[in-house]
Design a protein around this ligand. Structure first.
Ligand SMILES: NC(=O)c1ccc[n+]([C@@H]2O[C@H](COP(=O)([O-])OP(=O)(O)OC[C@H]3O[C@@H](n4cnc5c(N)ncnc54)[C@H](O)[C@@H]3O)[C@@H](O)[C@H]2O)c1
Length: 316
């Protein structure tokens, strides 16, 4: 626990979402003061309900596409819908959130001399030709497709971060997050882990897109929060971008079978066509995070799924 003199005031945008709320829990546990700014588009007050009366926590209902004026030492910029269903609901707003949101938060960081971390994404690699993906791979992204609002929005945000660093000497950190799962995922956002778990718990058919041989790697939320905090507190000259995620790959079929086993479900598998631009392979190379941050994930898929299933059992 940090003592009062070392206590930092930290802004977390998107703090009422899945990752943001876990991050805030961690920062509050460390002894920091946290301001959570969120427009509650995909996030929920339920995720932060346990903190609303905490004396070191403050919630502001705010859309990052408008400027925000607060005095803080550090900013974690997470505000952005993360699942295709949500970011494709209003694609123009998604691009605005990524781009105007980044400009507003970078402007704030510049004004108050705060360090700022951007929650970027493995989607900046698009449908990659390099496997596993290293940070020096520039990606293969469709600039005009239905995923572009998110992929290109996040790419533009990264470019803005590096321009503020070069032009204004801002202390920036960029992490590229790969698929992460855990308690507090939104059950209706169509992401594969929550989809499978919810369908299995309801004994409904489990929907597999394509033939189920496409792979993903899944990182448990606690591991991800560890490395986000390590990255924020790393030496100034380490800006990233750094891949963070779990490199152990599973096919969608393997994931579905494991979920069925752990829930004891009677669900059957059904197959539907792959959505457009869906990447076939996605696996982080995390050598940079290992060498510069001394981090690697510790929670295996089976253990993480057990926690996630327990959460959904309680909330459904
Ligand atoms: N979870 C993952 O696997 C994953 C992977 C890659 C990147 N990311 C990134 O991490 C961040 C958090 O993702 P998450 O999984 O917690 O998603 P989430 O949808 O649960 O959280 C996003 C939060 O941002 C808020 N938000 C959206 N638009 C906003 C706006 N204009 N102004 C203010 N708040 C806004 C939402 O209400 C929500 O609380 C996102 O930036 C996402 O792109 C997540």
């Amino acid at each position: 626990m940090t003592n009062e003199n070392e206590r930092k005031r930290i802004l977390v945008t998107g703090g009422a979402g899945f990752l943001g709320s876990h991050l805030i829990d961690r920062l509050i546990d460390k002894g920091d003061e946290v301001i959570c700014a969120d427009n509650l588009f995909t996030g929920s007050k339920d995720n932060i309900a346990h903190l609303l009366d905490h004396k070191r926590f403050e919630f502001i209902r705010h859309d990052v596409t408008s400027p925000l004026y607060v005095e803080v030492d550090k900013i974690y910029n997470l505000a952005c819908p993360a699942s295709p269903i949500h970011y494709q609901y209003d694609p123009v707003q998604t691009t605005k959130t990524c781009v105007h949101g980044a400009i507003n938060m970078l402007g704030l960081a510049k004004r108050v001399k705060a360090s700022i971390l951007q929650a970027s994404t493995s989607e900046v690699y698009g449908d990659p030709e390099v496997h596993p993906q290293t940070e020096d791979y520039w990606g293969k992204v469709n600039p005009i497709g239905i995923r572009s609002c998110y992929d290109e929005g996040k790419r533009c945000a990264e470019s803005l971060f590096f321009d503020y660093w070069r032009q204004h000497n801002l202390q920036i950190k960029v992490v590229r997050i790969f698929n992460t799962y855990g308690p507090r995922m939104n059950p209706n956002d169509g992401r594969v882990v929550s989809n499978f778990v919810v369908q299995a718990l309801r004994n409904e058919d489990i929907t597999i897109y394509g033939d189920g041989q496409q792979t993903r790697s899944f990182c448990y939320v606690d591991d991800l929060i560890d490395v986000m905090v390590l990255m924020m507190n790393s030496p100034c000259d380490f800006t990233g971008p750094v891949n963070i995620g779990n490199p152990v790959e599973f096919t969608m079929l393997e994931l579905a079978e494991l979920v069925i086993k752990l829930t004891g479900s009677k669900s059957k598998l059904v197959f539907e066509p792959l959505p457009s631009d869906d990447p076939k392979l996605r696996q982080p190379d995390i050598s940079l995070a290992k060498s510069n941050l001394g981090w690697e994930p510790r929670v295996c898929l089976e253990d993480g799924l057990k926690e996630t299933i327990a959460y959904f059992k309680k909330t459904l």
